[in-house]
Design a protein around this ligand. Sequence first.
Ligand code: ADP
Length: 190
Amino acid sequence: MKYYILFGPPGAGKGTQAGAMVERYNLCHLSTGELLRSEIAAGSPLGLQAKALIEAGNLVPDEVVEGMIEARFKSVEGVNGFLLDGFPRTIAQAEALDKMLAKTGEEVTACVSLMIPDSLISERIAHRAQIEGRADDAKPEVVENRIRTYHDKTEPLIQFYKAEGKYCEIDGVGTIEEVKERIFGVMDRF
Ligand code: ADP
C-alpha cells in the first residue's frame, strides 16, 4: 500500500486537491479534520471532546487522531493506498504513524507538501468562511491561533520527512489546475 501525506498550512488547498489525487491514484482520502467534524455533527463523546479544542484553533490530543487513522487502515479495502490529509500534525503523530505502518512492514511513501505564504493563508480562509461556514474559520483570532499552531507544532515535520528523503514541496500559489498538474508531476514518480 502507498501512504501519501498531504501536508501544508491551513488554507493551502489540501481539501481542494485531495479529490483529484484520490481519483487518479485510487487512494482512500483520510482527512482528520473531516473525520472530527463528522464526530461533532453526530454528537459522539469523541466529538464533544474535540469541539471546544477545534473551535479555539487548538489541536485535539494525538491519541484521538492516531486511533481514528489506525482504525481506517485496518478496515478500508480495494484501494492502492491512503491519502493522509491533516495527519500527522505533530512529531509525536509522525512517530506513531511510522510505528503503525512498521507492524505490517510498511512505511510512508512520500510527504507531498503544498506551500503558500502566511499572507495568503488568512485570505483563503476568510474566503472559505463565507462558503463553508466552518466555526474555526469565522474568527480571526482563531485563524491566527491555527497558523501559530502550524508553525510551532506542524512545521517541524518538514525536517522530519526531509531527513527521511520523503519530502516533496509544491508551490501552492496558482490556479487549482496549475497546482494539480504540479502535484501529479511529483506523485507520478512514486
Ligand atoms: P485546516 O487544514 O484548514 O486547519 P483541518 O480540517 O485539517 O483544517 O483541521 C481542523 C481542526 O481539526 C484543526 O485545527 C485541529 O483542531 C483538528 N485536527 C485535525 N487534524 C488533527 C490532527 N492530526 N491532530 C490534532 N488535531 C487535528
